[in-house]
Design a protein around this ligand. Structure first.
Ligand code: HEM
Length: 308
């Protein structure tokens, strides 16, 4: 009997319960299905612990996850310009350096950095994980109660499926943290701080440690650009799963979307690599005192630093 209940609960779990993981075809033009919490009428006016007008926590968390990503998009735009497009135009690392220094005050230091980089980054990741927990608990309450099963929080039952975009997001996280650590945290521990570091710091790494530099940046760019491109496709309702076509054209439509999104991701990754590898990557070692300081900085990297 208990087994029967458990089995039927597992069947129920197969159903995609989330209003955001899959856009219902009826809400194509309003990704979150309008502002009425129509998917969760029972909770719609319940979870307003802060007294913020009676939306569900899913409503708030989804918006935090979405709007925080707008900030990175602006940052990523400035960053691809500085580290790829401008180097491609100038064909010179020292020439491109000037533009990097020009835009730096907009995203480094106080108050720009906590506001534009640190807070949105944490907000995006934490709201994503929190959404997962809220949805899991909601599933447990609904389907668990229906099947009279109480699963432990740590069992795999009831957890929402991890989408491809989320998988890329989780892979991107350690790569991005590593990138920030090498380019921001390490230089800050040296006299002169960030002012010591610019594009020639990266050129130096490519010249002295080509294998690890090419491998590291390839992973960072491919995963990061794919996550952002697929993420945007999802916000705009263009992922294959969000196809509204029905009938025989549906599979073809889904396939077309898959190729277009990956095509855009590959083109953007290629553009970033063209300037990043083709110009900055070939800038050569920094000479003299600066080069020695860069060596010391790279030696601070945990695990691999001792071989640098
Ligand atoms: C243009 C910028 C970005 C966009 C458009 C974007 C978009 C998205 C979207 C749509 C999701 C939800 C996936 C889903 O529900 O299936 C997501 C999740 C996620 N993103 Fe991003 N993202 C961006 C930047 C970042 C950055 C910079 C990081 C940090 C490394 C990041 C890390 C994550 C993680 C870890 C998740 C998974 C959360 C979870 O499912 O529990 N994203 N992102």
């Amino acid at each position: 009997m208990a087994d029967d209940r458990r089995e039927s609960m597992m069947d129920l779990q197969e159903i995609e319960p989330s209003p955001v993981d899959e856009t219902p075809s009826s809400s194509k033009d309003g990704y979150f299905g309008g502002d009425k919490d129509s998917e969760y009428p029972a909770q719609a006016k319940r979870t307003s612990a802060l007294g913020l007008g009676g939306h569900t926590s899913i409503w708030y968390l989804s918006r935090i996850q979405k709007y925080s990503s707008y900030v990175f998009t602006a940052f990523a735009g400035a960053h691809i310009a500085n580290t790829s497009i401008i180097p491609l135009i100038t064909r010179s690392v020292p020439e491109s350096e000037r533009y990097l220094l020009l835009t730096r005050p907009y995203y480094q230091g106080l108050p720009a950095e906590p506001l534009l980089v640190i807070a949105p980054l944490w907000a995006h990741v934490i709201s994503g994980v929190a959404l997962r927990i809220v949805r899991r608990n909601l599933n447990a309450k609904r389907y668990g109660a229906a099947a009279n099963v109480k699963a432990s929080f740590f069992s795999s039952d009831f957890w929402p499926k991890v989408s491809g975009v989320s998988k890329l997001g989780f892979q991107f996280m350690p790569l991005l943290i590593g990138h920030i650590f090498i380019n921001r945290a390490i230089p800050n521990q040296f006299p002169g701080g960030q002012s010591n570091v610019n594009l020639s710091y990266v050129s130096h790494a490519f010249a002295k440690h080509p294998v690890i530099s090419y491998a590291g940046f390839t992973a960072l760019l491919a995963v990061g650009v794919s996550h952002m491109t697929w993420g945007w496709a999802k916000w705009l309702g263009y992922t294959p799963d969000q196809t509204t076509e029905t009938g025989t054209g549906r599979q073809l439509g889904k396939k077309r979307r898959w190729y277009i999104i990956n095509g855009i991701a590959i083109a953007l990754t290629g553009l970033w690599m063209a300037g990043g590898f083709g110009v900055i990557g070939r800038g050569g070692e920094a000479p003299g005192y600066v080069g020695r300081m860069y060596n010391e900085m790279y030696q601070q990297i945990p695990l691999v630093g001792r071989w640098m």
